[in-house]
Design a protein around this ligand. Structure first.
Ligand SMILES: [Zn+2]
Ligand SMILES: [Zn+2]
Ligand SMILES: [Zn+2]
Length: 325
């Protein structure tokens, strides 16, 4: 496998001819007592409350070696060096995040934050993130309740767009575009799903899919992992809001993607550090939830332009009215 860069859009693409790994029916590598348990990297708690980070059984990125960035004429390619971990959210095979207690979700978020911080100490990695694919239409890979962490030698395209746009906005206004958005949304809360302590769940003005929800801190903070592990962090509030928002999403959708957008690795020396000089002021971490509701096939032009048949105001109103605990 290798990474190839599209010379026009500058997006990195993983290209590989590897065979699909067939999984044995009924066998779960993440349940206690698995015959071939994956290599454990870190664990918090023990017994029934354990949350662990393990090496992905068939990783997209591998930790050994150097990226060896190379050119082939005008093209750029590099090795798939990185990290690909699975966060086993619960030892129970049937306990998903939104069914877990606030305490259990907090342990999961804390372990994820610790893993991201640890991976960021590796100067080869430019970006580390946490994501979850739930449900077959979202490409869920394992039946066990898990999330994944990847560390990459490049910043993924969508985050790069956000980082560049946030920096441009900051250079122009000397303010964070996420803080400005949040302040405006809170003044007239038609797209706010819920405010809980220091966090907000809202449907973005230009949602890409129906019921898209972002969870973010009210106070400016560029780094999820730094905020979550700092003394006095309100991880309990974040856990509660995440559980309640996922319960809302799960009562209208059969599947979802969840992805953490946080600051890139600014330990990177060289010109990268210069490039992200204002990132702590201009970027604001958030969790993006992209529900997948039963969709009709789309004509081609709607694949190039997002089309959402439900506006974010209607979506927020429907999500607010759902009963959650
Ligand atoms: Zn299992
Ligand atoms: Zn901000
Ligand atoms: Zn984002």
């Amino acid at each position: 496998m290798e990474l190839r860069k599209d010379p026009i859009t500058r997006s990195w693409v993983i290209v590989g001819d590897e065979a699909e790994h067939a999984s044995l029916p009924g066998y779960c590598p993440f349940c206690p007592g698995a015959s071939v348990p994956p290599h454990t990297i870190a664990t918090v708690n023990s017994g029934a409350g354990a949350v662990s980070a393990v090496v992905h059984p068939s990783p997209l990125y591998r930790i050994e070696g150097e990226p060896q960035r190379r050119s082939e004429g005008i093209y750029d390619a590099m090795n798939t060096v990185g990290a690909h971990e699975v966060v086993v959210q619960s030892v129970r095979h049937d306990m998903e995040l939104w069914q877990s207690s606030e305490g259990e979700i907090s342990q999961f978020l804390l372990l994820a934050a610790q893993r991201i911080q640890d991976l960021k100490n590796d100067l080869r990695f430019k970006y580390v993130t946490l994501f979850k694919n739930y449900g077959a239409p979202a490409g869920q890979e394992f039946s066990h309740p898990v999330s994944e962490i990847t560390a990459t030698t490049f910043v993924p395209r969508r985050v790069l767009y956000e980082l560049r746009a946030s920096r441009d906005y900051y250079l122009d206004k000397e303010r964070c575009v996420f803080c400005d958005t949040l302040n405006q949304e809170l003044r007239k809360p038609v797209r706010i799903v819920e405010e809980l302590g220091n966090f907000v769940a809202m449907c973005p003005f230009a949602s890409r899919v129906p019921y898209e929800v972002w969870i973010m801190p009210k106070r400016h903070e560029s780094s999820f992992e730094r905020a979550a592990t700092a003394p006095g962090a309100h991880v309990d509030e974040l856990s509660r809001l995440l559980r309640r928002t996922l319960q809302r999403v799960m009562s209208i959708a059969e599947a979802f993607h969840m992805v953490l957008h946080t600051v890139p690795n600014t330990y990177q020396k060289s010109n990268i550090l210069q490039y992200w000089k204002t990132v702590d002021e201009d970027y604001h971490w958030h969790l993006e939830l992209m529900p997948i509701v039963a969709a009709r096939a789309k004509p081609y032009f709607l694949k190039e332009v997002y089309y959402t048949p439900i506006s974010s105001e209607v979506a927020a109103e429907r999500l607010r009215k759902l009963s959650v605990r």
